[in-house]
Design a protein around this ligand. Sequence first.
Ligand SMILES: Nc1nc2c(c(=O)[nH]1)N[C@H]1C(S)=C(S)[C@@H](COP(=O)(O)O)O[C@H]1N2
Ligand SMILES: [Mo]
Length: 347
Amino acid sequence: MKTPAPDPRRIPPGQQLVAPGKWPIIGERLPRESSAPWSLTMGGMTDSPVTFSLEQIYSWPQTSQTLDIHCVTRWSRLDVTFSGVLLADLLNQIDFDSDAKFVSFVSRSNRNHSSSLPLDVAVAQNTLIATHVDGELLGTDHGGPIRNIVSGRYFYKSVKWLERIDLLAEDRLGMWEAQSGYHNNADPWLEQRYMAPQLDRREAMALIVNRDFSNRDLRSIDCSQRDLTGLNAKNSQLRDGNFRDCILVNANFSTANLSNAHLERANLASATFVHADLEGANLAGANLSGADLTGASLIGATFVQADAGTPILAAQFDNTTILPTAIRETLTPEQRDFVDRACPNDF
Ligand SMILES: Nc1nc2c(c(=O)[nH]1)N[C@H]1C(S)=C(S)[C@@H](COP(=O)(O)O)O[C@H]1N2
Ligand SMILES: [Mo]
């Protein structure tokens, strides 16, 4: 049975729906190993840090919220019901300094992952300290037993395995915001995916001329329409990069991060993407003859694009393109249908 298509006005620009029942795992996959019981500490500008046990959190009045998940890597999942305790209710239980203007959500993870929001935004968006999803306990893979959930923001503002909330006078940028240039406001309706690029123009030009990007952080670099045949981009950081209409024949992007990169109409014949991160990348109209996508991550990626009023832009493959089945399964249904028809071999 086919479920009716959702109202397109519910899908922010540049997002695609995942298959029904699918919920990708993005970023860290496990919390830090610890034998300590789970708890939530409220710290920063509090009289003294206050720690609540998981049992206390379960025992408080519960709030349910049905919302839409929008990941910055371009996949969305509609109508997910989270329940738990409202951040606002939690704040009412503690004494904190009125100079606190920001909240930082900190994870019990190996890299102490975090994300932050202005306090007034966090409260206005009804931030939830969630312990349940769709009536079940939140599983470890999706941040259980506790994660914060922020509606109306890209999902990176919702931190998995939450163990600490710090109240701060000044903002403390979260991990993705500080290290990967993710936008600090993260409004999906305004497509606030990335901050302005930091890259120096002349430095970028020198790298383009030498065709060597290996091991460099060049996020948001603009290479559109250039001839970069044979580019060595091994292990480079190219998030949000612009490679539209580029010649990238024989380019090597092994283990590179091309998350959300624009590769529309690029000539990628015989290019290598082994273990590259192409989450949310746009490959519509790209030539992928002989390209090797073994081990690449393609959650949220686009191979075919049919925008109203423009001709369909479709990637091309040949029988030497390597695009394994396990990777196809992570695509959205429309993208997968297209790839299965257009790309003959899945090896
Ligand atoms: N601790 C932690 N929280 C995190 C992340 C992470 O890497 N570590 N990734 C963020 C990002 S980018 C997204 S899209 C969501 C993914 O949540 P999911 O794996 O449950 O889909 O978690 C967010 N919270
Ligand atoms: Mo994300």
